[in-house]
Design a protein around this ligand. Structure first.
Ligand code: ZN
Length: 358
């Protein structure tokens, strides 16, 4: 009798263990699938949102400054490698002033229209590649697509002439696009990709500066640009950046821009893009403030409001009335303080409103 009971218990335990193992397996599979879906969603979102570039059309400055014969090449390379075309134009401008530098060889040995280090072009595993990457590479190797492939270089034979030549314009532009793409630009990490090209923040800023000049306004969010937050005026009384503190301290960094004009008190404030309100209420310095998260690390803040017409947690559409211009918080007069943050870092809102004349 005892034995029978024991066997019964053992059988039960065995079934129980199987059940637990099975449950754990299913659980792991579910978690795996969830992460997979999240990952895919993040990828999709990233490709839809391109900050300041995207499908933006060429600006008047771009038309005036970029030699027009290069534009179709930038655009073809941009499409092939999924990077913004104006970044390629800006790189070309900064590296060789649109190929007007003579000779197109830098003091450290960077070569061609887009100033590649020879080892980056041919691949860093090429024998003798080290240091800054000048190497000691015979030209016949440098431009040989098979050798570039073997050593994992970025050189591309874009015009199909059998050579991948940094001194050939098309090859150089396509190679640059490939480099930026592989270094993060195609997944939205444009600054990181430019930094990889040349490890200097001032270089990155210079490239971004030209890139922004070359397109007409636009943070592109799901294909929509930011709209101006008050219809009443586009007058800016205090821009983004360092300024004298209106409260008598020596100087401060103004994290946004102030929009004001006589008669602005109580005028309607509009959401500059679709998003979700992450905070609506009083906050130190800001007075009554609304913070909207637009996704992908992009956030807008509207300060010193007299009235708030939305709530924390609410979804808002672009152009929706969210409040009224006021004088609450640390403010010396009726104005709207508009702040745009990217990954919590305040950026100059005017970079995204180039169509507005001020
Ligand atoms: Zn302000």
């Amino acid at each position: 009798m005892k034995e029978v009971i024991d066997i019964g218990v053992n059988l039960l335990t065995w079934k129980y263990k199987k059940l637990i193992t099975l449950s754990i397996l299913i659980f792991i599979l579910c978690i795996g699938a969830m992460f997979g879906i999240l990952f895919l969603m993040a990828g999709t979102l990233n490709s839809n949102v391109k900050i300041g570039y995207g499908d933006a059309t060429i600006s008047e400055i771009g038309e005036a400054q970029i030699p027009s014969q290069y534009i179709p090449i930038y655009k073809a390379a941009a499409e092939k490698y999924d990077v913004p075309w104006n970044i390629l134009a800006a790189e070309h401008r900064v590296e060789t002033r649109f190929s007007t530098m003579d000779p197109m060889i830098s003091p450290v040995g960077a070569v061609g229209h887009l100033q590649f280090m020879p080892c980056t072009w041919i691949g860093w595993s090429y024998p003798g590649c080290s240091g800054l990457g000048q190497g000691n590479i015979p030209n016949s190797d440098l431009i040989n697509p098979a050798i570039i492939k073997k050593y994992g270089g970025y050189g591309v034979d874009a015009n199909n002439d059998g050579k991948a030549d940094p001194f050939d314009l098309e090859d150089a532009i396509f190679s640059s696009a490939k480099y930026l793409s592989k270094n993060g630009a195609s997944s939205g990490n444009i600054e990181k990709a430019i930094y990889a090209y040349n490890h200097s923040q001032s270089y990155v800023n210079e490239v971004l500066h030209f890139a922004e000049l070359y397109v007409s306004a636009g943070v592109v969010i799901g294909g929509e640009k930011f709209i101006w937050p008050v219809k009443y005026t586009t007058n800016i009384t205090s821009p983004f950046g360092s300024r004298e503190d209106p409260f008598g301290n020596e100087s401060e960094f103004h994290k946004g821009m102030d929009i004001s004009a006589p008669g602005i008190a109580g005028k309607t404030v509009y959401a500059i893009a679709d998003g979700k309100v992450t905070y609506a209420g009083p906050m130190n310095g800001y007075g009554n403030v609304i913070i909207i998260n637009h996704g992908n690390g992009i956030e807008s803040r509207y300060g010193h409001l007299s009235k708030i017409k939305t709530e924390t947690g609410k979804k808002v559409d672009q152009g929706q009335k969210i409040g009224n211009v006021g004088n609450t918080g640390q403010s010396t007069g009726y104005h709207l303080h508009l702040e745009i943050r990217i990954n919590d870092k305040p950026v100059d809102p005017m970079n995204y409103y180039r169509d507005i004349n001020n």
